[in-house]
Design a protein around this ligand. Structure first.
Ligand code: FNR
Length: 180
């Protein structure tokens, strides 16, 4: 199984990138994780339809090439990040050929706060549902301080059970999705 992940932060010191590494560290063996990079995507503009830059074509193809996707977003002003919103737009166009359609997608994220990306995650579900993704229903709100998340991917042992439960549950969800 191939699981893609998107980190919604462009920061070199991103805690959300650290969270992605932590999930990979606790995930079951035999699952292939691949990042779907979004940092070089220009801002989506429908005037480019029919003449997309290669980076956008590659990004859309990368969504199609994985079995499921984990979106790991920071919370910016109570919203998911602008780079992630932009990536969702690229993946969703042209109208009628959304790469998100039918794709199993999990939503998570971390912040060094008690809000722990809760509001960002709630907002993020709406465009995914609209785009036809099959959204993993489980939620995990991770306070990066309590969970000991570092940009390098370290985490507190106390966080392992819920990190593991979330990612293993998503892998089961993806397996179930493709079962005949
Ligand atoms: C933030 N931060 C933040 N935190 C939070 O819990 N709720 C929020 O609404 C916001 N808003 C916000 C807006 C902007 C523009 C920035 C840059 C930051 C703080 C944020 O959680 C913190 O910077 C995280 O470290 C961001 O995640 P990455 O970039 O480390 O992955």
């Amino acid at each position: 199984m191939k699981i893609g992940y998107i980190v919604g932060s462009l920061s070199k010191e991103s805690l959300n990138r650290g969270l992605a590494k932590a999930f990979i560290a606790v995930a079951p063996l035999g699952v292939d994780f691949v990042e779907l990079p979004i940092a070089d995507l220009p801002m989506y503009n429908r005037d480019l339809d029919g003449n997309w830059p290669q980076v956008a074509l590659d990004f859309k193809q990368s969504i199609l090439g994985v079995d499921g996707i984990v979106l790991i977003t920071p919370e910016h002003n109570r919203m998911y990040s602008a780079p992630l919103a932009n990536a969702i737009e690229w993946g969703s166009r042209p109208f009628g050929s959304s790469a998100w359609s039918g794709k199993p997608v999990a939503v998570t994220g971390t912040a060094p706060s008690n809000e722990a990306t809760g509001l960002a995650q709630v907002h993020l579900r709406a465009p995914l549902v609209f785009c036809g993704s099959t959204v993993y229903p489980a939620e995990v709100y991770i306070n990066a301080v309590d969970a000991g998340i570092t940009p390098e991917g370290l985490f507190a042992e106390s966080a392992r059970p819920y990190l593991q439960e979330f990612i293993s549950g998503f892998i089961d969800f993806v397996e179930e999705f493709y079962r005949d």
